[in-house]
Design a protein around this ligand. Structure first.
Ligand SMILES: Nc1ncnc2c1ncn2[C@@H]1O[C@H](COP(=O)(O)OP(=O)(O)OP(=O)(O)O)[C@@H](O)[C@H]1O
Ligand SMILES: [Mg+2]
Length: 438
């Protein structure tokens, strides 16, 4: 490698002598001469100079100022500066070295000394160059590592998300399966009991009519009257009229209860089927809202009123299990936020749906504490949570964001209502061309 040496001296003769010495020395150098110290920095940069032989006493700008100027430019930090001076003044040496000179040569120049100093400067310069290259390589590798780390984090997020969805799905499927069997026979038994109750009522009717007839016939028979009294007493004691009246409505309520449980089980089964998969089908957003509500209703019933304004919306191509997840996440967050307030009045959540030309929208508002402005920008980040350890993983909204934005080509935003509480707004196009769900 040819090294470039810049010799700076205001005396032309000195420059020529130095040039002659350098040219006679072994080693490959390119020598550039400079009589004007004001041009040193420019020459060093333009020619990529390795070593500067610098005179100290010069009229326009002295050597110490040149050193200062070069060292200010951090790209020139490792350019080797050897000062050339006839001075024996120790203070000037000190200033030169303080400013960043690397070595010195006394004038008049001694060839052997020049050779020795240059050798040391070349070695240092070469080492600096190697170090610079290694540093550059390290920087590049660091960048590569950072990129890799990002990819690993993303992969980890998707794995956790998949696992979370899959485990919710599995749980739902397990619960649904366990409940489904007993539900089947309890349901059919209730139906049979309803039929039996009807029959019992009709027979009791006949008994009662016959009993009343007999009672009329036997008014004079004292012994017989005691039997009738016993029956009347027993009916009164056990509120038989009330029991007979209530039987029907109890059976009706039980039947409705069983129907509701069946619906919930069906909803859980739907979640299990579509929650973890990338299936899409035409479905109605309002039904998905109703299904999600069935699941959270119980969580909310003692403390929060949930109001719905569901406008008629067109069917859309989507993964309703995944959309149900999103609605659930938002509702659960709202319920948790309201409950955390420990307030005396009931909380309020409003769910609205509607449609525009090519999309449907869903708005969920709550009257909880709202989302602090400083965290509003982070709530969709994976693992961001303000909840205590073990209470929130901080994945609910990031999964929701992924489902809406990446899987359904939609949009999800959040903010705070002027009179308190948070809102979430989602829009989804009716057709999802170009999404990774299809
Ligand atoms: N309705 C809301 N009101 C107030 N803060 C909310 C509301 N919804 C979300 N947040 C804030 O956003 C954060 C992130 O919510 P996200 O659902 O992603 O995670 P999480 O609820 O903390 O945990 P996870 O859902 O995984 O159990 C919450 O910790 C909370 O600070
Ligand atoms: Mg959550």
């Amino acid at each position: 490698m040819i090294l470039k040496i810049l010799v700076v001296d205001d005396e032309r003769l000195n420059l020529k002598v130095a040039e002659a010495y350098l040219k006679n020395m072994s080693g490959e150098f390119e020598v550039i001469l400079c009589q004007n110290p004001l041009e040193v920095e420019k020459l060093v940069v333009e020619n990529d100079i390795d070593i500067v032989l610098l005179d100290i006493i010069m009229p326009i700008m002295n050597g110490t100022e040149v050193i200062e100027q070069l060292r200010k430019n951090h790209y020139l930090n490792d350019v080797q500066i050897i000062i050339l001076t006839a001075l024996s003044d120790a203070e000037t040496f000190k200033v030169c070295f303080d400013k960043g000179a690397d070595d010195f040569l006394k004038k008049p120049i001694d060839v052997n000394e020049l050779q020795a100093r240059l050798k040391a400067a070349i070695k240092t310069r070469n080492n600096a160059k190697i170090l610079k290259k290694m540093y550059q390589r390290l920087k590049e590798q660091n960048l590569e590592l950072k990129e890799l780390n990002k990819v690993i984090k993303e992969a980890q997020f998707y794995m956790i998300q998949k696992e979370k969805l899959a485990s919710i799905g599995e749980l739902a499927a397990g619960v649904a399966h366990e409940i489904n069997n007993p539900l089947g026979y309890v349901g059919s038994n209730i139906e049979t009991m309803n039929n039996f109750a009807e029959k019992i009522k009709q027979v009791v009717d006949v008994y009662r009519k016959s009993f009343a007839g007999l009672e009329q016939l036997e008014t004079q028979n004292k012994e017989g009257q005691a039997y009738f009294t016993n029956v009347h007493d027993a009916e009164r004691k056990f509120k038989f009229n009330f029991v007979m009246d209530e039987l029907n409505s109890i059976m009706k309520d039980s039947g409705e209860g069983i129907e509701r449980i069946s619906k919930i089980v069906q909803t859980l089964k739907n979640f299990a089927r579509t929650g973890a998969e990338n299936e899409t089908a035409y479905s109605n957003l309002n039904s998905t809202v109703e299904e999600a509500l069935l699941i959270v209703k119980n969580e909310a019933k003692y403390t929060i009123d949930i109001e719905t304004h569901l406008e008629e919306v067109p069917e859309m191509e989507c993964n309703s299990g995944q959309l149900g997840q999103v609605i659930l996440n938002i509702l659960v967050n709202a319920i948790q936020a309201i409950k955390a307030q420990n307030r005396s009045d009931r909380g309020h959540i409003t769910i609205m749906t509607g449609s525009a030309e090519n999309s449907v929208f869903l708005k969920i508002l709550d009257d909880g504490p709202g989302i602090p402005e400083e965290v509003l920008g982070k709530i969709f980040d994976p693992f961001f949570t303000t909840k205590d350890v073990g209470q929130g993983t901080g994945l609910g909204l990031s999964i929701s964001h992924d489902i809406i934005v990446n899987k359904h080509n939609g949009m999800i935003t959040a903010g705070n209502n002027p009179d308190g509480g948070a809102w979430f707004y989602i829009t989804i196009p009716l057709k999802k061309e170009g999404t990774d769900c299809l």
